[in-house]
Design a protein around this ligand. Structure first.
Ligand code: SF4
Length: 101
């Protein structure tokens, strides 16, 4: 991966971390936050530190990660709904079916 690609990826990751932790601190959720967290709670790749749920693959705090529409599961267990909605390829109903709600 070229250097500027790595820089872009790092900038995007940092942006998502700030977005997620800010939303978590402010108690803001979006329509699929709870559904994503439910999937992560049943995932074999999660782990707990006290009462906090983390992902062992991406090392993210799940309640923060699940608040960022552009984030996705590194194992493909839930999608980045922001890009799906933008592409108008997947309806909210299809996303719910994907999450098996
Ligand atoms: S983000 Fe994906 S891999 Fe990580 S805990 Fe959640 S469902 Fe599992």
């Amino acid at each position: 991966m070229p250097c500027c690609d790595k820089t872009k990826k790092l900038a995007m990751t940092t942006k998502h971390i700030v977005q997620g932790w800010t939303a978590l601190a402010m108690g803001k959720k979006y329509e699929f936050t709870d559904d994503r967290v439910r999937v992560c709670q049943g995932c074999e790749d999660n782990y707990w530190i006290g009462s906090s749920l983390w992902c062992s693959i991406c090392k993210c705090l799940i309640p923060a990660k699940a608040r960022v529409e552009a984030e996705d599961c590194p194992r493909g267990r839930w999608p980045a709904t922001k890009s799906l909605k933008k592409q108008k390829k997947v309806s909210p109903k299809k996303i719910r079916e994907f999450l098996k709600i």
